[in-house]
Design a binder for this molecule. Structure first.
Ligand SMILES: NC(=O)C1=CN([C@@H]2O[C@H](COP(=O)(O)OP(=O)(O)OC[C@H]3O[C@@H](n4cnc5c(N)ncnc54)[C@H](O)[C@@H]3O)[C@@H](O)[C@H]2O)[C@@H](O)CC1
Ligand SMILES: [K+]
Length: 483
């Protein structure tokens, strides 16, 4: 099953992989023609009713594959009003050839000449709202006609995602849909799912098309998310990198909660970060690492503002810190990215929080997963681990594997230079920023792609530095190319 939104992402990935939409349309039209041939005999009269978008384009292609049938094409509107370039290109091909084509610019001009089969190529996944004219009148005429109807992708007027039919939607005996079943067709009795040659990686690997899952950011401060990094102590760079990268990926505000002892260096890295020390004056013994007494305040602060938490960068493994991190997870009920030393604590904690876990090779093993350099080969095991833990896992390797326990995707974006320290911290920051705009699985997938793509855009070879990624993350998020 595939939603129209996911389908649009997969299309764009296919194009990035070298199979443009026009090639897919050629396959779609061919598949429609094959089904027409199964439903009719040589010489039968076939009426193709084409809308002005790509659904119509599929019908225009099908006409070319049906030489041995008596085909008429009716375009609903003037050729100039065709809304996509590829549908228009296919119209031009037909017009130059000899197929009998009629234009229906207003619904009064529409008539069906007693065909043996009607092909409904008016509207597919691009429908918005109720049927407008001339489609509404034509849909009624199609449904009322005696001839059976073959719908292209979905019956026009039916919502492909929900199956809800607009008033006057076409009723079709047969449907040819593309690539995968649409949820809205689940109850239809005759649906042919046509393979249209979308490369497996367009769906199984994260690509530029996946960026489309990010809704537009809000325009009020805080609407695009606030990141709250709980990190630092033995290390200072990691929490600053995570917070900085989350700003680059669109978070409005980035806070770092850290021990008082490392306030100065972390606050000194960048004027963009808001650094909040804990364990201050009079508390010197506890002030250089996270400890259980700091936890209630941290939970309260994070939950009060719906912050996306990043737990782990630079925290270290002091026994009190481990106890504190566990207590934080047990008490916190929001959304968090868990990275670095905090990961090993997750299996033992019962939490209501929604977590994205970002383990590297050894951290994945510490979580109870496989220890391997080939994450893709072990994707099923990693998926089962995510299902057992009840959290999303973004396992980091040369090719990342991302899974929510049900499905998984891989992401090969990035460069060999990313083995340098700090790129995992920037990844945690990017994912946190995206968690304000997308579901955990999608945020993790897109985060993996954006962090890797940011490295590709820098083109620094082995001399890459994690701090530099903050410069190209915004461009990677925009779907930027280096051409
Ligand atoms: N996603 C894919 O991989 C592929 C999709 N293809 C086809 O492309 C279709 C989607 O194409 P589009 O995105 O161009 O959208 P559609 O062709 O489904 O619909 C868009 C057109 O319909 C008009 N329209 C929208 N709502 C209307 C309404 N309520 N009443 C009257 N007119 C309305 C718009 O002005 C526009 O002209 C799919 O359904 C499928 O048939 C294939 O060509 C190739 C592969
Ligand atoms: K249709």
């Amino acid at each position: 099953m595939i939603t129209s939104r996911r389908m649009a992402a997969v299309d764009r990935n296919a194009a990035a992989l070298g199979v443009p939409l026009r090639a897919l349309m050629e396959s779609s039209g061919n598949a429609v023609a094959r089904r027409v041939r199964e439903l009719t005999s040589r010489g039968d009269r076939v009426a193709l009713i084409c809308g002005r978008g790509n659904n119509g384009g599929d019908g225009l292609v099908a006409a070319r594959f049906l030489d041995d049938r008596d085909v008429t094409v009716q375009l609903l509107g003037r050729p100039e009003s065709i809304t996509t370039e590829i549908a228009r290109a296919n119209w031009d091909v037909l017009e130059a050839g000899a197929t009998a084509a009629a234009l229906v610019t207003d619904s009064r001009g529409f008539a069906l000449d007693d065909p043996d089969l009607i092909v409904d190529a008016m509207l597919g996944t691009g429908i918005t709202g109720d049927l407008r004219e001339p489609e509404a009148t034509v849909a009624q005429a199609i449904t009322d006609a005696e001839a059976p109807v073959l719908a292209v992708d979905v019956p026009s007027g039916v919502d492909p995602d929900t199956g809800a039919a607009a008033a006057g939607a076409v009723e079709a005996e047969h449907v040819v849909t593309f690539h995968d079943l649409k949820p809205g067709l689940a109850d239809h009795s005759d649906v042919t799912v046509a393979d249209i040659g979308i490369p497996a990686d367009a769906e199984g690997a994260v690509g530029p098309g996946d960026l489309a899952v990010l809704g537009a950011g809000g325009d009020r401060k805080g609407d695009s998310g606030r990141t709250f990094v709980i990190g630092g102590g033995p290390y200072t760079g990691a929490p600053a990198l995570a917070a900085g990268a989350s700003l680059s990926a669109g978070a409005d505000l980035a806070f770092v909660a850290c021990p008082q002892s490392v306030f100065d260096p972390i606050a000194g890295y960048s004027e963009d970060l808001i650094v909040q020390p804990y364990g201050g004056a009079g508390d010197e013994s506890e002030a250089d690492h996270l400890a259980p007494e700091h936890v209630p305040d941290l939970v309260e602060t994070a939950e009060a503002h719906d912050d996306i938490v990043i737990l782990g960068p630079g925290l270290g493994r002091h026994p009190e810190t481990e106890a504190a991190a566990e207590q934080f997870l047990a008490a916190f009920s929001g959304t968090a990215v868990v990275d670095a030393d905090a990961l090993a604590l997750v299996p033992a904690v019962d939490t209501d929080a929604e977590l994205v876990l970002t383990p590297n090779r050894s951290e994945l093993a510490a979580l109870g997963g496989p220890e391997t350099d080939d994450l893709v080969a072990q994707a099923d095991e990693i998926r089962e681990l995510a299902a057992d833990l009840g959290h999303t896992i973004l396992a980091k390797g040369a090719v990342d594997v991302i899974t929510d326990g049900e499905t998984h995707r891989r992401c090969g974006a990035g460069t060999p230079g990313m083995t340098v320290g700090g790129t995992g911290d920037t990844l945690a920051g990017v994912v946190a920023a995206l968690l304000a705009r997308a579901e955990p699985f999608e945020a993790a997938c897109v985060g993996s792609y954006v962090n890797g793509r940011a490295a590709e855009l820098l083109d620094r070879g082995d001399g890459l530095r994690a701090t530099e990624l903050q410069e190209t993350i915004p461009l990677a998020l925009e779907g930027g190319t280096d051409e």
